[in-house]
Design a protein around this ligand. Structure first.
Ligand SMILES: Cc1ncc(COP(=O)(O)O)c(C=O)c1O
Length: 456
């Protein structure tokens, strides 16, 4: 094997199709239910929120879905993203493991999120939509949709979780630079926001609340649709460009992962890198161990219940079967804002139930320590969310050292942390503490899960 560090594909190797894992799963995920009737939703139920093309992708069974030419043209701006061999990190860890990372921080917004933002803006524009409302946690998704909106002439309105809005003023400024409007959530602009503020004026916000606000805005205006940056099948689908490219790059490296690691908030960057490899395995290819890494302060996969739940706090969204901490659960205000979501993507939850993936939860200070170790070896400064994946990969590499085995580890370095320097400063100042959620609040949120008949 050579001493190569970077595996770079030509623009002509940008995937032509997204990969739909549903085609290869032994069983499809349970249906999405209408919040009122509790019956499976049809396309008409989703039409107020999404354009038809995205609704079709949400329920698609085909293995491959063509990426429209204009979307591929925009992908050229940063795709294919590089795959790195973390040789210096391997040396620092004194591990026999081979560590690779796919770096999505090269996108204009700094993470994997534009992979779906551009696609969603494209389909909305095709359907004649001029306004999109959305939510954002850390601000990565909001800035990605703001960027995509600028390209397609769509007005973007972003409800940003208040704690992140205050922690990350420069993410807000980036959204405004792209021409979007950014509002701290909960806000006075929606009934859902006003109801929460009436109970607690200094509410830190949550992704569940911000989703309620954005959905409310989209549902009450005909010219406005809603866009989600994670969780839904079509979002995970768009992210598979990450794994498809990584497969070609692993072939270039004449290697193949034994273990794949990704961080999970709503599950999209994780699914993006993992699903194409999992699909190859399900079609008879090599078995790969998959590890989802989540924050210990918001552990939907490791502590949540697999049940039907709402995607938002005000219960405006359909019901999906997923690992959930309960839609009323408000996670503590830790720094990986993109991982502060009560639920997990239904497709990621389903593959977990099928036994195809493992999940672990880590505290934020150990993740920051891993991120700093990574930055000092590799130079790239990960986003706080991505630090969870770095931590997971380092854990695997250290295990290889202890066991004396040379496994190949691949992880998704889903974004850079250049807008998250306050978090790093807090970490160095010893101000960053491990957060625990309130067990009583979790029990209450789980007790409040909607009741759904046996079909679910
Ligand atoms: C850099 C980064 N990584 C990960 C996530 C979590 O989302 P997902 O699990 O959908 O990848 C976010 C969400 O905002 C993010 O900004």
């Amino acid at each position: 094997m050579s001493d190569r560090v970077k595996y770079v594909l030509d623009e002509s190797r940008i995937p032509t199709h997204w990969y739909n894992v549903v085609a290869d799963l032994p069983s499809p995920p349970p249906p999405v239910l209408h919040p009122g009737t509790r019956e499976p939703v049809g396309p008409a139920d989703l039409a107020p929120l999404f354009p038809d093309a995205l609704i079709a992708q949400e329920v698609a069974r085909a293995r491959e879905i063509e990426i429209p030419g204009p979307v591929r043209d925009i992908y050229r701006q940063w795709r294919p993203s590089p795959l790195y061999r973390a040789r210096r990190l391997e040396q620092v860890l004194e591990t026999p493991a081979r560590i690779y990372y796919k770096y999505e921080g090269v996108s204009p917004a700094g993470s994997h999120k534009p992979n779906t933002a551009v696609a969603q803006a494209f389909y909305n524009r095709e359907a004649g939509i001029r306004r999109i409302a959305t939510e954002t946690g850390a601000g990565q998704w909001g800035s990605s949709l703001a960027f995509a909106g600028a390209l397609f002439g769509i007005d973007v309105q972003v409800f940003m979780v208040r704690v992140s809005y205050e922690q990350k003023p420069y993410r807000r400024a980036l959204m405004e630079t792209y021409g979007a409007r950014c509002i701290a959530s909960p806000s006075e602009e929606t009934a859902a926001g006003r109801a929460i503020l009436a109970q607690r004026a200094d509410h830190p916000g949550s992704l569940g609340i911000a989703i309620s606000e954005a959905v409310e805005v989209a549902a009450r205006r005909d010219d406005t649709k809603y866009a989600l940056g994670s969780v839904l099948n079509h979002v995970l689908l768009h992210q598979t460009v990450v794994g498809l490219e990584a497969m070609a790059q692993m072939e270039m490296a004449d290697d193949w992962p034994d273990v794949i690691v990704g961080c999970t908030g709503g599950g999209s960057n994780f699914a993006g890198i993992v699903f194409p490899f999992l699909g190859a395995q399900l079609r008879g290819g090599r078995r790969v161990r998959v590890v989802a890494v989540e924050p210990a302060a918001c552990p939907s996969l490791t502590r949540g219940r697999y049940a039907y739940d709402f995607g938002d706090t005000a219960h405006l969204t359909p019901l999906t079967k997923m690992h959930t901490l309960g839609s009323t659960f408000t996670p503590p205000g830790f720094h990986a804002g993109g991982l502060r979501y009560h639920g997990m993507a239904p497709l990621v939850s389903h593959v977990k139930e099928l036994g195809l993936i493992d999940a672990v939860a880590y505290q934020q200070t150990q993740c920051f320590a891993a991120g700093v170790q990574f930055a000092r070896a590799e130079g790239i400064l990960p986003a706080p969310e991505a630090n969870h994946a770095v931590m997971g990969a380092i854990d695997e590499a250290v295990r290889c050292r202890t066991e004396g085995t040379a496994r190949t580890i691949l992880f998704n370095l889903c974004g850079h942390g250049h807008f998250d320097m306050q978090a790093y400063s807090d970490y160095f100042a010893g101000k960053l503490t491990d957060q625990t959620y309130d067990e009583a609040e979790l029990a209450m949120a789980l007790a409040g899960l909607p009741s759904v008949s046996a079909t679910g």
